[in-house]
Write a protein that binds this ligand. Structure first.
Ligand code: CP
Ligand code: NVA
Length: 309
C-alpha cells in the first residue's frame, strides 16, 4: 500500500481507507511472524530513531521491527548528537536524509517533527510528541479490531488527561467517524481545535467531567497517566485534580460487560488505573503493547517499501 502522505506526523495525515488498510496489513504481518515469516522489505535500508524522551515500548518495538524487516535501526538522542549543542533542525534534517531512509522521532514539540519533515527528504514518523502519539493509537486500533472484530459502531471512552493520546484518539475518531466520549477534570481539556476538527469530520464527540457518564455502556475504555513525560513536576498537583478518575472495578462495571480496557503504558497502579483492572480479564494491555511492533512495521512498509504491503 502507498500512503498519500509522505510522513506520519499525525493521524490527520491518513484517510479512513488507509487506516483500515494499515490495520489489515499489520494483522497480516503479525500472523506471518508467527507462521511462515515475511519479506525483508527494508533490506539495505537504515532508520534513525531520534529520541528526546524516555521509552521502552516505542524504542524496542521500532528497533526490533526494523531488524525483522531486514533493515538497520540507529538509535540516538538529541543530547548525544549535535542537536544537543543547538545544531539547527533544518541542518540536521538535511544531513540525516543523506544517510538514512527514515527518521522516527520522539520529542516535545510537534514543530520538531514538522521541521524535520519539511527540511529533510526522507519520511518522518512521529514516535510521540506533546501533542500526538499516532503510532500508539494506530496500534490500539489493531488491538480493538482483534478483540471486537470491528472499529466502527463501538462506543469509545477516554478517561483522564486531554493529552497527546487523547488528541490522537480524537483524530482517529475524526478519520473513522467514531463515537468517542472524553471525561477529564475541567483544567485538563483536550485541544479545542482538535475537538472541533473531529466534530466537523463527522465524529460523535462527547465531552464531560464525569467519568461515569463516559464509561456507561462503552465497549472500549481507555486511560493514560495523569502526568505525561515533561510534566513530572506537576505530578503531585495533578493527583489531586484527577481524584475520581481512577479506572477501578466500580467504574468499569458501568461499561458494556464485554468492554475491553486499553492503557498505552507505562501505568501507575492506584492512580489512573487500579491493579485489579489492569491485571483483570478485561484488560488487553499486553496485546496492546505487542501490537506496537506489528503496526509500526506496517507503517514503515507503507512509507518505505509500499510494494511489499
Ligand atoms: N506507550 C509507549 O509509548 O510506551 P514507551 O514510552 O515505553 O515507548
Ligand atoms: N501521555 C503519555 C504517554 C506515554 C506513552 C506521555 O506523553 O508521557
Amino acid at each position: 500500500m502507498q500512503l498519500n502522505a509522505k510522513h506520519l506526523l499525525t493521524i490527520r495525515d491518513l484517510s479512513a481507507p488507509e487506516i483500515r488498510e494499515l490495520v489489515r496489513h499489520a494483522a497480516e504481518l503479525k500472523a506471518a511472524l508467527k507462521g511462515p515469516g515475511h519479506a525483508k522489505s527494508l533490506a539495505g535500508k537504515s532508520v534513525a530513531l531520534i529520541f528526546d524522551k524516555p521509552s521502552t515500548r516505542t524504542r524496542v518495538s521500532f528497533e526490533v521491527g526494523v531488524s525483522q524487516l531486514g533493515g538497520k535501526p540507529l538509535f540516538m538522542t538529541s543530547r548525544d548528537s549535535q542537536l544537543g549543542r543547538d545544531e539547527p533542525l533544518k541542518d540536521t534534517a538535511r544531513v540525516m536524509s543523506r544517510y538514512v531512509d527514515a527518521m522516527v522521532v520522539r520529542t516535545f514539540g510537534q514543530n520538531v517533527v514538522e521541521d524535520l519533515a519539511q527540511w529533510g527528504s526522507v519520511p518522518v514518523i512521529n514516535a510521540l510528541t506533546d501533542l500526538y502519539h499516532p503510532c500508539q493509537v494506530l496500534s490500539d486500533l489493531l488491538t480493538v479490531s482483534e478483540h471486537k472484530g470491528r472499529l466502527e459502531g463501538l462506543t469509545y471512552a477516554w478517561l483522564g488527561d486531554g493529552n497527546n493520546m487523547a488528541h490522537s484518539w480524537l483524530e482517529a475518531a475524526a478519520a473513522l467517524g467514531l463515537n468517542l466520549r472524553l471525561a477529564y477534570p475541567p483544567a485538563f481539556m483536550p485541544d479545542q481545535e482538535i475537538v472541533e476538527h473531529a466534530r466537523n469530520q463527522g465524529a460523535q464527540i462527547t465531552l464531560s467531567h464525569d467519568p461515569r457518564e463516559a464509561v456507561a455502556g462503552a465497549h472500549v475504555v481507555n486511560t493514560d497517566v495523569w502526568a505525561s513525560m515533561g510534566q513530572e513536576d506537576q505530578a503531585g498537583e495533578r493527583r489531586g485534580a484527577f481524584e475520581g478518575f481512577t479506572l477501578d472495578a466500580g467504574l468499569l462495571s458501568l461499561a458494556d460487560p464485554a468492554a475491553i480496557v486499553l492503557h498505552c503504558l507505562p501505568a501507575h497502579r492506584g492512580e489512573e488505573i487500579s491493579e485489579e483492572v489492569l491485571e483483570g480479564p478485561q484488560s488487553v494491555v499486553w496485546d496492546q503493547a505487542e501490537n506496537r511492533l506489528h503496526m509500526q512495521k506496517a507503517i514503515m512498509e507503507a512509507l518505505l517499501a509500499p510494494q511489499a504491503s
